[in-house]
Every structure is written in C-alpha cells, then in structure tokens.
Design a protein around this ligand. Structure first.
Ligand code: AMP
Ligand code: MG
Length: 461
C-alpha cells in the first residue's frame, strides 16, 4: 500500500515512513501513538506519509517490520525505468570513435580471417612429404625457388622437391648448399600444415562478429578493423544534464567557508556517465530554492535527453527537486527504492525526457546511479547487457546487515576472490567507496559468516 502525506492532526493510527537517508529519529514503518505525535511535533515535522494500520505498537516489543510498502524493490524500479525507454536512433560513426558505443545492427564479416593460408612464422615453405625421411645425419636437399617477405604473395607453386624462403627464414635450422640453383638442406621432418594458419580458421566470411546490442570493447574494435571495416552504425548517445543541488556546495578549487563542502557528485557522475556511453553536460550548482530548481530543470530539460540530479529528493524543507519537476509539468513515476544507500531515488518523465533524481550523499548517488541509471543509459543505446559485471567471491570476514533494507556494501575483492569490507559503510564515506572495487547486495537482517560464497558486482569495470 502506498503511503500518502497526512497532516498530523488527521491521524491517530498510522505508520511513519522514513523519508530519506537522513536520521529522523523515528523508525520507518513505525506506528504512531500520541506520545510520538508529540515527539514529531518537537522535531518539527508537520506532514509525513502514513499507511493503513498493520499491527499494534507494543513498547515491550517495539516493532521493526520488514514491510517497505511505500518503496519499491530495486528490480521493479529497474523494470519500470527500462519499460519507458524508446531506443535512440542510430547514427554512423568511424571505427576509431566506436569504443563504448552499442552496435545498432548485426555486423557480419565481409571476409575470411585469416584472409588466406599463411605461415605462422618465418622459415621455409616445403611439401611435408619431401621431408618425411629428413634426419640431422641424413638431410634432405630441396631446390630454393625464391623468397617472399611479409606483404608479398608467391606467384608460383612449391612443387615437390622445391622450397621457398619466408623471410627472414630460420637459418639456424637448415644448411645452405653452395649450388646453382641454390639448395637448402633440411635435417628434420615436419607435419603437413605445421606452422600454417588456414584461411577462415579464426572467422568465416559471413559470420556474425557483433549482434545488435553488443557494446564495442577495444578488442571488438580491433576485430572490426581486421575484417576491413572503417565505420559502423551505433545508437546515438543520450545527452544527460548533470545538476547538483545544495546551498552547502562549493566548487572545487575555491576556498571552503565554514559549513560548506566541496561539490563532488558532478565529477564522479560525469565520469560514470561517460563510461556508460552518455554525453554529460554539467550545469552550475543549484541553490536550494524552488525558483532556482525549477529554472535550472526547465533549462536542462530543454537541452538534454535526460537529467541526473543530486540532492533535494528527500522531504526536508529545502528539498525541491520533486516539487520543481512537477511544477514544470513533469510526472513522478516513482520515488524511493528499498535499498541502502540510495533510497530516496526519484524517477520522472517530462514528455520524452527523463529525470533520474539521485540522493545527495555521494555514496548514495553513485550506488543509485550504478544500479538504476547506468542500466537505463545502456538500454537507451540499445545494449542487451546492462548490469554491472559480476562474479562470485568468498567472504574473508563476516558481513552484517542489521537494517531492514538490502544494503549494497562496498567491498574489496582480491585476485583470489577473497572479499572484505572496504571500510566505513556510511552514505557520505567516499574514502571507502574509492577504496572499493566491488559492491555486494546483503539482504535485510542478515549475517554472512566468513567463507560465504557471494556475488560481487565490479566497480572497476
Ligand atoms: P540531500 O540529499 O540534498 O539532503 O543531501 C544529503 C547530503 O549529501 C548533504 O548534506 C551533503 O552533505 C551531501 N551532498 C549533497 N550534494 C552533494 C554534492 N553534490 N557533493 C557532495 N556532497 C553532497
Ligand atoms: Mg540538499
């Protein structure tokens, strides 16, 4: 059941929902009684979201219900975002600009690879049958027809009894007879086709090199070049406006007055957007007023396919993103996802344009981006695979989630798959986020002992 904002004076039995990542002093989903009303008044909240009664409050056994009815599950949130994405139109691009882009159509190989039978090494082209009896003490003599260097093709035929030198030749394995025409003495037998690479053994002409929806890695770019392609069709890149809200924010490079912090979300998110194939466009820091937020959203929505904002999506008096978005005609599709960090995530639509409203805390912003926005950006470009790369690992120490939401914990994973906490798991702790190379999805109220085999999502992709 969805919560709805209620005036306190309207309620005598209702549940309070935790509205943000901040500590409110009240548990989410806690049923209110009159004592608590007084407390709520003291902390200055006038409105909150309530839901229908579910269970009685007992002070002997204070409830910590698992219910997260006002939030949606991460998978559901992802699906709802992916469902509204219409693929961006394709455009041709040169191969040297293709890395990170998504193939818009299948690419078939126009040639065999290798394109012709060729030698894997320098030496001599011979008929293996000629050398069947060759021994060091009884070498076989073959007439030398000529030589070919890399890039040349031998026009003749290596007839029985003859050989051709493939530059530079393996002179240490043969002896040259001082004869005219020249002869080469072979002291060792060879197998038929030994050291040869056969035409098409790697890639057959007509084979599918990339499917539509495959993302171009450096190696795939190399493969396309190897079959002679110079350009291909990929989806257009989404242009994403990047907005950070908050009166406390100061641009890096300036002096830091008391009470202020450096704005760091745009730096991290611009890099993550680029890595996801999007084109980020950073806007100036937005002060916490409805007018400034509305004006900046309006401008950015006019210029971009979608927006990523940070901060201002909780229920504080200075959280204006949702309000401002609705004021300019945007529709909030959902708000709050049952995960930690990143809960106050908001997803909205304004015509064909999308709003991804991330929480302000830097770890919440990055984790919500990776789990909810990155898949959307990749799918928008037509990518088939949109999840973070992941593999299994085993815990080198226990991991505990005492909360009632899934906790995406920062971990380090070593090359043997040993997983450890990356340090402080708080939503402001960029130090441990930067030290981490993995994220682990720990279910609510769960203790995983050392040795547990777990799935690790990679952060160093
Ligand atoms: P908010 O979600 O707007 O309530 O922000 C929560 C907290 O995140 C703020 O108090 C700041 O400490 C931090 N924060 C918000 N925006 C940024 C940002 N752009 N860069 C760094 N920290 C931020
Ligand atoms: Mg804020």
């Amino acid at each position: 059941m969805r919560g709805q904002a209620k005036d306190l004076s309207d309620c005598n039995t209702c549940f309070i929902y935790d509205e943000g990542e901040r500590e409110s002093g009240l548990e989410a989903n806690l049923r209110l009684n009159s004592l608590m009303f007084a407390y709520v008044r003291v902390i200055g909240e006038k409105m909150f979201e309530g839901a229908a009664p579910r269970h009685q409050l007992s002070f002997d056994n204070p409830p910590r219900p698992a219910d997260t009815r006002a939030m949606i599950e991460l998978e559901q949130a992802c699906q709802r975002i992916l469902a509204v994405l219409a693929p961006l139109p394709p455009e041709p691009i040169p191969l040297d600009a293709a890395v990170g882009r998504v193939a818009a159509e299948p690419i078939l190989s126009p040639i065999d690879l290798p394109p012709f039978d060729n030698s894997a090494m320098d030496g001599y082209a011979v008929n293996a049958a000629d050398l069947r009896s060759a021994r060091a003490e009884a070498p076989v003599k073959l007439e030398l027809l000529g030589q070919v260097a890399a890039g040349q093709a031998f026009a003749g035929k290596v007839r029985p009894g003859t050989c051709v030198r493939l530059l530079t030749g393996l002179q240490e394995d043969v002896r040259l007879g001082a004869t005219d025409p020249p002869q080469v003495l072979f002291g060792e037998a060879v197998k038929p086709w030994e050291n040869t690479r056969l035409r098409g053994e790697d890639v057959k002409r007509g084979a599918e090199l990339l499917a539509a929806g495959d993302r171009l890695t450096a190696m795939r770019v190399g493969l396309l070049a190897a079959v002679g392609l110079k350009a291909l069709k990929v989806a257009r890149q989404p242009r994403i406006g990047l907005l950070a809200t908050g009166n406390e924010l100061v641009e890096p490079g300036q002096s830091l007055p008391a009470g202020k912090i450096y704005e760091s979300n745009r730096a991290a998110l611009a890099a993550l957007l680029t890595a996801a194939g999007a084109l980020p466009r950073a806007y100036p820091v937005v002060p916490d007023t409805l007018a400034a937020t509305t004006a900046m959203l309006e401008q950015a929505l006019a210029e971009c396919d979608g927006l990523v904002t940070t901060g201002g999506v909780s229920v504080g008096e200075l959280d204006f993103v949702k309000n401002a978005f609705e004021q300019i005609g945007g529709e909030i599709q959902f708000w709050r996802v049952a995960m930690k960090p990143g809960k106050p995530f908001v997803f909205g639509r304004w015509r064909q344009r999308l709003l991804f409203g991330l929480p302000g805390n830097p770890v919440s912003a990055v984790v919500a981006f990776l789990l909810l926005v990155r898949p959307a950006l990749l799918r928008w470009q037509g990518a088939t695979r949109v999840d973070l790369p992941a593999h299994s690992g085993h815990l080198a120490e226990s991991l505990v989630n005492r909360g009632d939401r899934r906790h995406f914990m920062r971990v380090t994973v070593d090359p043997s798959g040993n997983v450890r906490s990356a340090g402080l798991q708080a939503s402001h702790s960029l130090g441990s986020l930067a030290a981490a190379n993995g994220l682990v999805d720990v279910p609510p109220r769960t203790t995983w002992p050392a040795g547990t085999v777990i799935r690790v999502m990679r952060l160093d992709f």
